[in-house]
Design a protein around this ligand. Structure first.
Ligand code: AMP
Ligand code: MG
Length: 324
């Protein structure tokens, strides 16, 4: 079954085509704000403007004509409402035009599924860290349970805010990483863990107050060490509790090499395996939505047009897991 998937939950419009054997294409365009964070209307405008271009590109790269598509999947939530609308409208239009099946999938679960498809992990404890979400997830009796999560802002968002305050462009994660690599000096900050949960907004404020009085490199390094240690500690506890011997790291923040090192060290010490998908599948992308759609369609799930509206606050633990 050839499935076209559309991702549009936040800054990225992505379109991918997959089937059971292959990921045929995965194209994307990312909205880059000129200043500040992601403005919902401007991001949605970007997605509308890029839609036709990306559809042509995905046809070209895959060598698959849209006429040959069997199903259209889209990220129904969670995400920015204005952005979600773009994907939902495109998906409905395409499925009508080409007379295909339609399926709306949960963005967070798609990150996990593409993670297992591209790494070979089977039943991992997942640490999902992105611009909008930060969660630890584990499959337990038919649902992905959120066993730890941020109590306020997502870790990617925190990195973006801190970098912006220091005067660096969006996205901030890679900028903070480059700065942090220049020093080993650390200042002591609040350790942002609360049981199995974590919280980053206090940590960002604390760091923002030090901008100009401390060196950027030192602030960046200190932020990374505190924030990444906290999420890895929570992940380790989750793995112990679940008796899990596989960790999957995903979401845009998974690109960070210091974080990867910490997780690899932790897993090594536990005799567990650490998995990280290739970068193009860590960041938001259309192939992951197509793959999630494929799994759900194979399990018999479809979305009728009347129920294909956006779900901006759709938590991953609200979705029934029918495909495992
Ligand atoms: P996503 O929402 O999953 O596409 O991820 C986007 C987030 O990933 C943004 O907040 C980025 O700052 C963050 N990010 C990207 N690359 C890195 C990196 N090398 N280190 C830390 N965060 C990163
Ligand atoms: Mg994401």
């Amino acid at each position: 079954m050839k499935v076209l998937g559309i991702e549009s939950t936040a800054h990225t419009l992505g379109i991918g085509i997959v089937d059971e054997d292959e990921i045929h294409a995965n194209v994307k365009s990312m909205f880059e704000p000129e200043e500040g964070g992601i403005h919902p209307r401007k991001a949605a405008e970007h997605h509308y403007q890029k839609a036709m271009h990306l559809l042509n590109q995905v046809e070209q790269k895959s060598g698959i004509d849209l006429e040959e598509i069997d199903a259209v999947a889209f990220a129904q939530g969670p995400g920015i409402p204005q952005c979600l609308d773009v994907g939902a409208v495109m998906a409905r239009a395409l499925s009508k035009r080409y007379d295909t099946k339609l399926v709306g999938v949960n963005h967070c679960l798609a990150h996990i599924s593409i993670g297992t498809r591209t790494t070979g992990a089977e039943d991992p404890t997942t640490l999902y860290l992105s611009g909008g979400n930060s969660q630890i997830l584990e499959l337990r009796s038919g649902r992905y349970r959120v066993i730890g999560e941020t109590l306020d802002i997502a870790l990617g968002n925190a990195l973006d805010k801190l970098a912006r305050k220091m005067g660096y462009p969006h996205p901030g994660g890679p900028e903070i990483e480059k700065l942090a690599e220049k020093t080993d000096d650390i200042i002591e900050l609040t350790y942002p863990i609360k049981g199995m949960d974590f919280s980053f907004s206090g940590l960002v404020t604390e760091c923002e107050r030090k901008v100009n009085s401390e060196e950027d490199e030192v602030i960046a390094n200190s932020f990374q060490e505190h924030a990444y240690s906290a999420v890895v500690e929570a992940l380790e506890r989750a793995m112990a509790q679940e008796e899990s011997d596989e960790a999957l790291l995903t979401g845009g923040v998974a690109m960070n090499s210091r974080l990867r090192d910490m997780i690899e060290t932790m897993c090594e010490q536990r005799g567990a395996e650490a998995y990280v998908p290739p970068p193009e599948y860590c960041m938001d992308n259309g192939a992951m939505i197509a793959h999630q759609g494929l799994l759900e369609l194979q399990a018999g799930r479809e979305t009728v047009i009347e129920e294909s509206g956006k779900k901006p606050k759709w938590r991953p633990d609200e979705a029934e897991v029918t495909w495992k």
